[in-house]
Design a protein around this ligand. Structure first.
Ligand code: UTP
Length: 292
């Protein structure tokens, strides 16, 4: 059986971003920059590198800036052209998507990640699709996370999620995998539990915000069952697919920054700035001075 490539990606960006208040009162968390690119741009680049053609943003009230970001800034382009600012124009062009590739959907209430994904059901229809949480910055330019997952999916079919081993004392923050057979970086998923109580996690393998899922998950989400935090949890819906469809976890080999968290976001800025030729030397010099 040939497995059709995945061409649709859903970006749930409807969260309130309360950990970044007051900034997120006016600026969506997903537009907070890491160096000079918004978090969402990193996730979009990762999706495009995996062959994704259609990008579905599940946004919310007050997050209109996300739609603005992917639109053509006609006045800005005209003004840059008039000033012959070619480098800046090239930057804008490199992030411009063809018309019609973006679908924007409103999540009418912040009822959880599962609910946000379900809001995309009429776009996804009957095909496998990817989900990327942009506040998880998975940094691996040589082998971007979703592209690696897509390769695994072409071999394995079913559902594939990205995981990372986290310290035992952090498992209560994540969706945690009950592992089955292990083959290199691929682990068979025997069970999934969202935010297990301290000491009750079935492993240290945590889901880190990248998923390739079969459309049947939408039917499960439709039931609107509430889980941890009284939210409709994607993890709970995925758990119902285990045993019915193939389900695997692929361990991410790059560097993961949890940019939904202040310390993670600051760390990502420092790490990526240090890799850059333009700002890297100045940041390195300042850091050296601080660490003496
Ligand atoms: P988080 O748990 O980080 O929640 O959501 P949040 O609201 O974004 O941030 P905090 O915790 O209040 O600071 C994980 C992902 O799920 C999306 C978020 O946008 C983020 O990408 N999400 C969450 C939704 O799209 N809708 C929701 O109802 C909840």
């Amino acid at each position: 059986m040939t497995i059709k490539p995945v061409t649709t990606a859903v970006f749930p960006v409807g969260g309130q971003g309360t950990r970044f208040l007051p900034a997120t009162k006016a600026v969506p968390k997903e537009l907070l920059p890491v160096v000079d690119r918004p978090l969402l741009q990193y996730a979009v680049d990762e999706a495009l590198a995996a062959g994704i053609e259609r990008l579905v943003f599940v946004t919310a009230r007050g997050k209109g800036a996300l739609d603005e970001y992917f639109d053509v800034a006609a006045e800005l382009v005209a003004s840059l052209k008039a000033k012959n600012k070619t480098a800046e124009l090239a930057l804008l062009e490199a992030t411009q998507l063809e018309p019609g590739r973006i679908v924007s959907i409103r999540q009418q209430e912040p009822a959880g990640l599962g609910h946000a994904v379900w809001c995309a059901r009429h776009v996804v229809q009957n095909e496998a699709f990817a989900v990327l949480l942009p506040d998880e910055l998975l940094w691996n330019p040589a082998a971007p996370a979703l592209a690696e997952m897509h390769d695994a999916y072409r071999r394995l079919g079913g559902n594939v999620i990205s995981v990372l081993e986290v310290p035992a004392e952090h498992t209560h923050r994540y969706g945690i995998v009950t592992p089955g057979a292990i083959d290199g970086l691929v682990t068979e998923v025997k069970g999934l539990v969202e935010k297990p109580k301290q000491g009750e996690a079935p492993s240290r393998l945590a889901a880190i915000g990248r998923y390739i899922l079969q459309p049947e998950v939408m039917g499960i989400l439709a039931a609107g069952k509430r889980g941890a935090g009284n939210e409709i949890q994607l993890t709970d819906a995925m758990a119902e697919l285990i045993g019915v469809q193939p389900f695997h976890a692929l361990t991410f080999t790059g560097t993961r920054f949890d940019c939904g968290d202040k310390a993670g976001h600051i760390t990502a800025n420092i790490a990526l700035a240090l890799e850059r030729e333009d700002v890297g030397p100045a940041v390195r010099e300042w850091l050296r001075g601080q660490l003496i």
